[in-house]
Design a protein around this ligand. Structure first.
Ligand code: CMX
Length: 132
């Protein structure tokens, strides 16, 4: 199996502040906005080849992304890798001793199913698995 990068999530206070940088300066194709209420974020997508850049703006101060920015500042938030079978992958990862944040898939943006792995297993990087 070849696992592709589905997207890279970047946490920022305001999408408006960086919109021109990604769209006009870098020339990435803007695909649209989406609010993922249950995860407390508004998301803007930019196409980058077969992958995407996902800008994450907190919807309120209680959003996990607001807390991330408060603690670590704006910047890279997570790396999302594709999965053909999320439940199967999660079960195998758990058997291998990988610490999971999500033991079962949850709804992501773009009608995806997603699950986060605990950064402890990846030396500090929040990894998401995404099933289209
Ligand atoms: N990078 C590195 N470490 C991170 C991290 C990040 N972005 N976010 C959290 N962590 C660390 C925490 O510091 C914590 O570490 P310790 O256990 O050592 O204290 C650990 O991961 C667990 O974090 P938590 O906040 O205590 O755990 P929760 O289960 O409450 O939440 C998470 C974890 C990742 C789901 C949440 O913090 C989060 O970021 N939610 C928003 C997710 C998001 O981006 N949603 C939009 C997705 C849209 C899509 O991609 O489709």
């Amino acid at each position: 199996m070849t696992r592709k990068i589905n997207h890279i999530g970047i946490a920022i206070k305001s999408i408006d502040d960086v919109f021109n940088f990604y769209k006009n300066d870098l020339g990435l194709e803007f695909e649209g906005y989406e609010v993922v209420e249950e995860q407390g974020v508004r998301v803007a997508f930019f196409k980058a080849g077969e992958s995407r850049i996902e800008l994450l703006e907190p919807l309120n101060n209680n959003s996990p992304v607001a807390k991330f920015i408060e603690k670590r500042g704006e910047g890279m938030h997570h790396l999302a890798l594709g999965s053909d079978d999320l439940k199967f992958d999660l079960s195998n990862l758990e058997k291998s001793g990988v610490k999971l944040i999500d033991k079962t898939p949850r709804n992501g943006a773009h009608h995806t199913q997603i699950a986060f792995l605990h950064p402890k297993s990846s030396k500090g990087v929040l990894v998401e698995l995404t099933q289209e």
